[in-house]
Design a protein around this ligand. Structure first.
Ligand code: FES
Length: 162
């Protein structure tokens, strides 16, 4: 397992210290770690468990239960594709396949270059627009392969300029 850098460890320590003794500290600490680092590393789970008298397994269980927490760093650009029933029926799987091919990111993983994360989500509550994708927070209803290709190309072009 890759070791965390000192800054990240200090960030975790200060979050744990800040919330020690508060009610429901596990969730609050996890939330702050996710916000600060973009994910919850295993070291954070260990520190939170030690500070709250919980087992690492229980903290890990909380991380897995809530979709807002992730255990690996997200890419710079996040592509969410809804795999709820309505979106699935309207061809969401093909959008996922296209995204995997174009970005190299597998479902719920990040591409090796760290640029893209691909998340398959449950129903986003916009079934009338199926299939629905959210790319860097922007919602695309009636999403097509062409939409995916165009947006990924835009991101790649912007990354080259950066
Ligand atoms: S199934 Fe995709 S928005 Fe509802």
């Amino acid at each position: 397992m890759e070791r965390l850098n000192l800054d990240s460890l200090r960030t975790i320590d200060s979050i744990v210290d800040r919330h020690r003794g508060e009610p429901g500290p596990v969730i609050v600490m996890l939330h702050d770690v996710q916000d600060s680092l973009g994910y919850v590393p295993f070291e954070a789970m260990e520190k939170i468990a030690a500070a709250t008298g919980t087992s690492v397994a229980d903290v890990y269980g909380v991380v897995c239960f809530y979709a807002q927490f992730t255990t690996s760093p997200k890419g710079k650009h996040v592509i969410n594709i809804c795999l709820g029933t309505a979106c699935y029926v309207k061809g969401a799987q093909a959008l996922i396949d296209e995204t995997v091919t174009l970005t190299g990111a597998e479902i719920n993983k990040t591409s090796e270059d760290g640029i893209f994360s691909l998340d398959a989500t449950r129903c986003l509550g916009a079934c009338g627009l199926a299939p629905v994708c959210i790319i860097d927070g922007k919602v695309f209803g009636n999403c097509t392969k062409e939409t995916i290709v165009a947006e990924i190309n835009k991101i790649r072009a912007a990354e080259k300029m950066a």
